[in-house]
Design a protein around this ligand. Structure first.
Ligand SMILES: Cc1cc2nc3c(=O)[nH]c(=O)nc-3n(C[C@H](O)[C@H](O)[C@H](O)COP(=O)(O)OP(=O)(O)OC[C@H]3O[C@@H](n4cnc5c(N)ncnc54)[C@H](O)[C@@H]3O)c2cc1C
Ligand SMILES: NC(=O)c1ccc[n+]([C@@H]2O[C@H](COP(=O)([O-])OP(=O)(O)OC[C@H]3O[C@@H](n4cnc5c(N)ncnc54)[C@H](O)[C@@H]3O)[C@@H](O)[C@H]2O)c1
Length: 489
């Protein structure tokens, strides 16, 4: 095991710690160095606490940096660049930066970014004097973590007054699926030997649909199967329709409302059998039907804790578990299971542990889906507002009518604002197309401050930008509101 300035401390009997209990080697031990664990560790270090992070070899930065967010988003960027997809509206349908894109072309960029991100995480921990213990942690008692050093590293034990569990999730692997070189989960998809000619994506959650759109852009014939009858049902239906239109245009087929019963593979290919009896042949299957909390090897019972059937840990206020000095943050506690929320959960848990005042996270949280094209929204949707009988008006801007939309070659993008017809408050923003995941934050900030559509009407925005979509959509909404006032009794 590699320890960076770790004194091996004997385990001590558990007792209720004060905030600065020096009978333990550390004030805080964090298990897992993903976004939740990192921010918990650094927040505590900034409060002057003695902090240690336990993480497995080759996983510094967590699932986020090594197998999840960062590889998938870098792969997407490589796909967009090499296929020339975003330039085709300008240069024509046959435009390509590279004709035969190989996995090596794609991986070069991914490995580079992962390497840099791991270095950033290591450097941040180091300069905040957070010790990194390399190995797998498990509870010995509520204040003691035994670390089994992997890759030839020795075992050790760390004790701490407080513990943050930030062990994340791994892909779920049912027995009915034969995993191997042709049947991969989202961890394995970044290690495929070549870009497949055909692929079944089993499970069209966010992971499945993001990878489906990347492979479709690379020219793979993709079939998406999901037992839910509709895709991304939490998103605006108009936006989802646009996405489906784009994906169909890239030869993606959808089998929605269909359950995957089993997946078999041999040297020649794979066959996915659905509950309806259909059998779908493909070179490769990506199985992305859910994830499982990484708690099975933590010996939670020795800390007085347990996990549910999906490996998730229940938490209360400020991410405290039922054992008051132990916190759990990030994907291991379930929804929303996002990198950004995990970071804030980690910070809040550390502040709570050491008596620093904390505020709850605001309810207004953005969702960003990195399909091709991308989707993002914040606030409320039309169906929800209608169900709650909230009167609203819609303002829409199409990228093709924005100068910047023409310049970047995005003719399909759109931004939709939902505005309260009486108070004129902004209730929701839904964006589809280039830079959607960045643009959404303008609407988020206005909504967060209780702003109205009039703020956008009265504000000058840079030109030519995609942000101008807000102005155009705001004018559209206010024109409609004015028409109601003019024509109404
Ligand atoms: C393919 C994919 C794409 C994604 N894309 C996005 C995205 O675009 N945007 C977004 O916001 N989110 C995205 N996510 C989700 C995001 O990655 C997670 O929300 C985030 O990584 C969760 O952070 P975490 O703190 O729970 O730790 P994780 O990143 O899950 O890391 C947990 C760490 O704990 C370690 N660990 C587990 N058990 C032990 C143990 N016993 N001892 C020591 N260490 C242990 C693991 O080795 C791992 O490194 C994506 C996820 C996947 C899989
Ligand atoms: N851009 C982002 O923010 C982003 C990207 C990727 C992942 N993530 C996070 O990672 C989490 C996990 O992603 P996920 O895609 O695994 O989530 P998920 O659990 O929502 O997706 C699983 C999908 O598989 C389907 N499914 C399950 N069993 C099936 C079967 N036998 N046959 C057919 N379909 C089946 C489910 O209906 C579901 O739609 C997400 O909740 C999200 O928070 C976020």
């Amino acid at each position: 095991m590699t320890t960076e300035s770790i004194p091996a401390e004997p385990a001590v009997a558990p007792h209720d710690p004060g905030p600065d209990d020096h009978s333990y080697a550390y004030d805080l031990v964090v298990v897992g160095s993903g976004p939740g664990g990192q921010k918990a560790a650094i927040a505590a270090a900034k409060l002057g606490k003695r902090v240690c992070v336990v993480e497995r070899k080759h996983m510094v930065g967590g699932v986020c940096v090594n197998t999840g967010t960062i590889p998938s988003k870098t792969l997407r960027e490589a796909v967009l660049y090499l296929t020339g997809m975003h330039q085709r509206d300008v240069y024509g349908a046959s435009y390509r930066v590279k004709a035969d894109i190989t996995v090596q072309d794609l991986l070069a960029r991914t490995q580079h970014v992962i390497g840099r991100e791991v270095e950033v995480v290591r450097a941040q921990l180091l300069r905040n004097h957070v010790d990194l213990v390399v190995g797998s942690g498990r509870f010995v008692d509520p204040h003691t973590i035994a670390v089994s050093g992997d890759g030839g590293n020795p075992d050790t034990t760390v004790t701490a007054a407080h513990v943050v569990i930030a062990t994340g999730t791994r892909p779920a692997r049912p027995d009915s699926v034969e995993f191997g070189p042709r049947v991969v989960d989202s961890d394995g998809v970044i290690d495929l030997e070549r870009v497949p000619g055909s692929m079944v994506v089993a499970g069209a959650g966010v992971i499945g649909i993001e990878y489906a759109s990347m492979f479709a852009a690379l020219g793979t014939r993709v079939t998406v199967v999901d037992k839910r009858p509709s895709l991304l049902e939490f998103c605006d239906p108009e936006v989802v329709d646009s996405l489906k239109f784009h994906l169909r245009d890239l030869a993606v087929s959808f089998r929605l409302g269909e359950e995957v019963r089993s997946v078999e593979a041999n040297g020649a290919g794979t066959v996915t059998t659905l509950a309806s009896g259909k059998r779908i042949p493909a070179e490769t299957v990506m199985y992305s039907a859910g994830r499982q909390g990484q708690t099975d090897s933590l010996d939670l019972e020795k800390a007085g804790l347990n996990a549910d059937s999906r490996g998730r840990i229940a938490v209360g206020t400020n991410y405290r578990t039922e054992v008051p000095h132990i916190y759990a943050v990030g994907d291991v506690i379930g929804f929303p299971a996002l990198a950004a929320t995990s970071m804030d959960q980690g910070r809040i848990a550390a502040y709570d542990a050491f008596g620093e005042p904390v505020r709850d996270l605001t309810a207004l949280q953005p969702i960003g889906i990195y399909t091709i094209p991308e989707i993002s929204y914040c606030g409320r949707g039309e169906a929800e507002l209608t169900a709650d009988a909230v009167p609203y008006e819609v303002g829409v801007a199409r990228y093709r009518e924005l100068a910047r939309g023409q310049i970047v070659g995005d003719p399909y993008g759109m931004l939709k604002l939902l505005v309260h017809t009486e108070t004129r408050e902004l209730l929701g923003v839904h964006v589809f197309g280039t830079a959607a995941t960045d643009l959404v934050h303008i609407g988020q900030a206005i909504m967060g401050c209780g702003g109205t559509v009039d703020y956008l009407v009265d504000t000058v925005l840079n030109y030519p930008t995609l942000s101008e979509a807000y102005k155009v959509a705001a004018l559209d909404a206010t024109n409609k509101l004015r028409a109601v006032a003019r024509f109404g009794a």
